[in-house]
Design a protein around this ligand. Structure first.
Ligand code: AMP
Length: 180
């Protein structure tokens, strides 16, 4: 009963996390790592038990991009193997963030969805209704945002709930800022 009551009074923060575009799974992107760390340090820090972190990772169907480009497929089971492998990689990413939450002492839950990240993040925010949605941001320039798209920009301008966007620090910028 007490546990159920504290569950209700916890502030629920949804953090959208993705994999590193340079190192791949299970490594987190610089921007989502930064947003997660910022959430722990600046919001959760003084009262971990007053919060719950909801971690969402969205995978593009059906594969994981370049690794699948040169493969030849011969049977339906090949695709199942690929899907399972991709999902497992996503789970390792979530495992990393779940571990960090546990070390910090903040309650958490995490899940994976498939689809277009910006659309799915908004769909999940509408469904779950967190108190705050936190996203990282690569800090792309206008022309880069037009060419490559910006998940955080889309979510910030179509908010389903209060939304915070944490831009990467200058010292964390990779040589090519489209990378993450
Ligand atoms: P941007 O640099 O504007 O494209 O935003 C990058 C941020 O969007 C990341 O730090 C994540 O918070 C979020 N994001 C991007 N892709 C995904 C994904 N596949 N799953 C969950 N969140 C994502």
């Amino acid at each position: 009963m007490a546990e159920a009551e504290s569950e209700v009074s916890r502030t629920r923060i949804m953090v959208a996390v993705n994999e590193s575009s340079m190192k791949g799974y299970p490594h987190a992107s610089i921007s989502s790592e930064g947003a997660f760390q910022w959430t722990l340090e600046k919001i959760v820090h003084y009262n971990p038990n007053g919060f719950k972190i909801l971690l969402l990772h969205v995978q593009f169907p059906p594969g994981d991009g370049f690794n699948e480009m040169n493969r030849v497929y011969t049977s339906p089971s090949d695709f199942q193997v690929m899907k399972n492998r991709n999902k497992a990689r996503g789970l390792h990413l979530l495992e990393y963030f779940i571990l960090r939450c546990h070390q910090f002492g903040v309650p958490c839950e995490a899940w994976i969805k498939r689809g277009d990240p910006k659309q799915v993040i908004l769909f999940e925010a509408r469904r779950v209704q967190p108190d705050i949605l936190v996203l990282g941001c690569r800090g792309l320039r206008t022309f880069e945002r037009i060419e490559f798209g910006s998940v955080s920009e889309f979510c910030r301008t179509h908010p389903e709930c209060p939304t915070m966007v944490i831009t990467r620090k200058d010292e964390d910028m990779p040589p090519n800022r489209v990378d993450d």
